[in-house]
Design a protein around this ligand. Sequence first.
Ligand code: SF4
Ligand code: FES
Length: 376
Amino acid sequence: MNAALPAPIGLLAELTHRCPLRCPYCSNPLELDRRSGELDTATWQRVLSEAAALGVLHVHLSGGEPTARADIVEITAHCARAGLYSNLITSGVGGALKKLDALADAGLDHVQLSIQAADAGNAERIGGLANAQPQKMAFAERVTALGLPLTLNAVIHRGNIDEVERIVELAVALGAKRLEVAHTQYYGWAYVNRAALMPAKADVDRSIRIVEAARKRLEGRLVIDLVVPDYYATYPKACAGGWGRRLMNVTPTGRVLPCHAAETIPGLEFWSVRDRSLADIWAASPAFMAYRGTDWMPEPCRSCDRKERDWGGCRCQALALTGDAAATDPACAHSPHHARVKALAAAESAAGEAPAYVYRTIGGAGGDDRPAPARI
Ligand code: SF4
Ligand code: FES
């Protein structure tokens, strides 16, 4: 490998796109991979061994719902054998609880459980699945009973932003060590539902104040990570830690992406683990090379002193909002599009009643023919 190219730290293994929930902000692509095309157990095990050899430390076993895979325990055991720290990213519903003890026995290191809201009725409306909340609570209790560290992940939007305080209380009650309060990022399915999800600026500010107060109050008991919404930010985040710098994302069928939404960018060539080693893909895949480093940057990023902090922000968001993946992320105050992004967020959040969610299903868009949200 190129001596100047650091090894990736994390691998997001999207084991399947199958999922019992239908969250309106799902970050998976609009076109989901079908079960018949998923990588088999032996190929995932090879990929995980290659990841360890490449220097990857953390593997996030994700989806869809990763416990929908019949071989999730074998895959987890292989992470342990390869010396990889394994994190199960799960909805906690369906067959997740039944497999949990076996996963712990196989060496699972950490569990990240999604919750849609603290109120059961609201959570189940958002996730589109009746009776999901009691399953999640039982799952969380078993995680902590097994001594596994638990993180709760709550994606925050207009439909649950009034529940941030209750979500913090729930995390404490469930014995979570960490809580992620992650305001929705608008790509993938969340972009389709943007007008229904966009919170008002005043509500966002209040949620940030609640998190800051809770951090002080709960210091030493609960760590709270906060992801603020890009549309109201001054500077963008270093998406995926910078394109092609820290993360690899393997899709259910084996394509390797620099971030989970990279397939939305037209013209990128993604290499597959079916044809090449992970090391070759990391070093030379055209998709990883496209926006790695700073040479691709336009102004104002090119001459900006933050360019090696945020790496120009998010390519997928730049594409979604401007039609150009190489543009400066419009979440940045230096972008010529920034003011229009803020105006768009204010207009969508001010609409009297939020539009109904468009729910997704594998093989279909959810039976809705509304046009895509406006660009700027
Ligand atoms: Fe980041 Fe580019 Fe904005 Fe500078 S101009 S803060 S590098 S997005
Ligand atoms: Fe693709 Fe941000 S989600 S670069």
